[in-house]
Design a protein around this ligand. Structure first.
Ligand SMILES: Cc1ncc(COP(=O)(O)O)c(C=O)c1O
Length: 397
């Protein structure tokens, strides 16, 4: 059999794929995978060069923390490498119980349920909650996993203008009656680092008998007391709010979760297809997630270091004339607008030894391409200063 044969697919399929890729290339939207040869937190080796990453969501630097690595290795040695089945068959070990108790405690919720990723948590939660005759109001800048999850339902889905609570009120006042209404938003927006108007959304939901769901992938471990996230930052508890989160960012691991009442979690266990039909996480991952939650809560020095770096970067960007949001988060976008210009700045920084990813449509709205700088407690003050200098040099050219 000749595996080199370029025409192994029917012509119609090969030309469909090539034309689509050529179209992306013409629009500057083509993407390819970079290979990282070696990783020591924020410094990686790519094509034999050392690059400082300003692109990772490992906000507390836990993905390379010795305590995390030891927890993971020790669980693999005692429990093995795979779970062998989905949670509802025989993959639900006592490690899950410990992790879910820790997450519920961390989020100050009655109960928690762990999924294989944040993507699959959103898919499972939203598709179980909403169905035919329901309405989902979803912020226009919500993460793609929320957008995809909404598509799994038969509900009417409306993307409301970003953070526009007046639009929601107006829509609810004038729209036909729906069976149930779900309002869903990122807590901290993944591309802009802004905080959603949580208080306002919560009071709208109360007034219109709607359910509020907050995806706090980027707030968890970072903002709020002990890193509890956006709700805590807003001095709110989870009263009647569905919270989704992920271990893959500040917690330094992998997996997603939802927290809420016992009733909600019981309902989701019985309905979420991404939980029911997917193999349980491996023991090493469950163990490092548990350790990550413990460290994120108790080791306040990491968050203190992260916020010192955030303040340094915000001051530097302000000095260079770039606007920064009122609430400090480790996500600092530099909005450039034009796709080609965004690519040029990112490539210039890459040549100088920094990876600051260009974020283009469809991840952001057309005309709003940006560089997304993300910071980690593992960065040094010198790295921040060098990046700021490189940005300044680009704009002085
Ligand atoms: C807001 C938000 N939700 C969900 C996800 C998906 O999480 P995960 O990477 O754990 O699948 C991400 C990031 O990838 C995200 O930014």
């Amino acid at each position: 059999m000749n595996f080199q044969n370029k025409n192994k697919y029917p012509d119609s399929w090969s030309s469909f794929m090539s034309e689509s890729l050529n179209d992306l290339k013409a629009k500057g939207l083509y993407r390819k995978l970079r290979v990282i040869d070696n990783s020591v937190s924020t410094r990686v080796t790519v094509d034999n060069r050392t690059i400082v990453l300003f692109s990772s969501n490992d906000y507390l630097g836990l993905a390379n923390d010795t305590r995390m690595k030891e927890a993971s290795a020790s669980a693999a040695l005692s429990w093995g490498t795979g779970s062998g089945a989905s949670r509802l068959i025989s993959g639900n070990t006592s490690q899950y119980t410990m992790l879910e108790e820790a997450v519920a405690g961390f989020k100050k919720s009655e109960s928690a349920l762990v999924f294989s990723s944040g993507y699959s948590a959103n898919a499972g939660v939203i598709s179980s909650l909403a169905g035919e005759g329901d309405l989902i109001l979803s912020d226009a800048l919500n993460h793609a996993s929320i957008i995809d999850a909404c598509k799994l339902t038969k509900a009417k889905v409306l993307a409301y203008p970003h953070c526009d609570t007046d639009f929601i009120i107006n829509y609810l006042d004038n729209s036909p009656i729906h069976k149930k209404v779900l309002v869903v938003t990122d807590g901290v927006f993944s591309m802009t680092g802004e905080l959603a108007p949580i208080h306002k959304l919560y009071s709208i939901c109360k007034q219109y008998d709607a359910l509020l769901m907050i995806d706090d992938a980027h707030g968890t471990g970072v903002i709020g007391h002990e890193g509890r996230g956006s709700l805590d930052y807003c001095n709110m508890n989870d009263a009647g709010i569905v919270q989704v989160g992920t271990f893959s960012k500040a917690i330094g691991g992998l997996g997603g979760f939802v927290t809420g009442s016992n009733l909600l979690i019981d309902y989701i266990i019985n309905n979420a297809r991404s939980l029911i039909y997917s193999t349980a996480l491996p023991p090493s991952v469950l163990a490092s997630n548990l350790e990550g939650i413990r460290i994120a809560q108790k080791d306040t020095s990491l968050r203190k270091k992260l916020f010192d770096l955030i303040n340094q970067m915000r001051a530097g960007l302000t000095r260079l004339g770039f606007p920064v949001f009122h609430i400090p988060t480790p996500i600092l976008p530099i909005v450039i607008g034009d796709v080609s210009e965004t690519l040029l700045v990112s490539e210039y920084l890459w040549d100088k030894g920094f990876f600051v990813p260009p974020i283009r449509p469809p991840t952001v709205m057309p005309g709003e391409s940006c560089l997304r700088i993300s910071l980690s407690a593992s960065h040094t003050k010198e790295e921040i200063e060098s990046l700021l200098l490189a940005i300044e040099e680009y704009y002085k050219k």
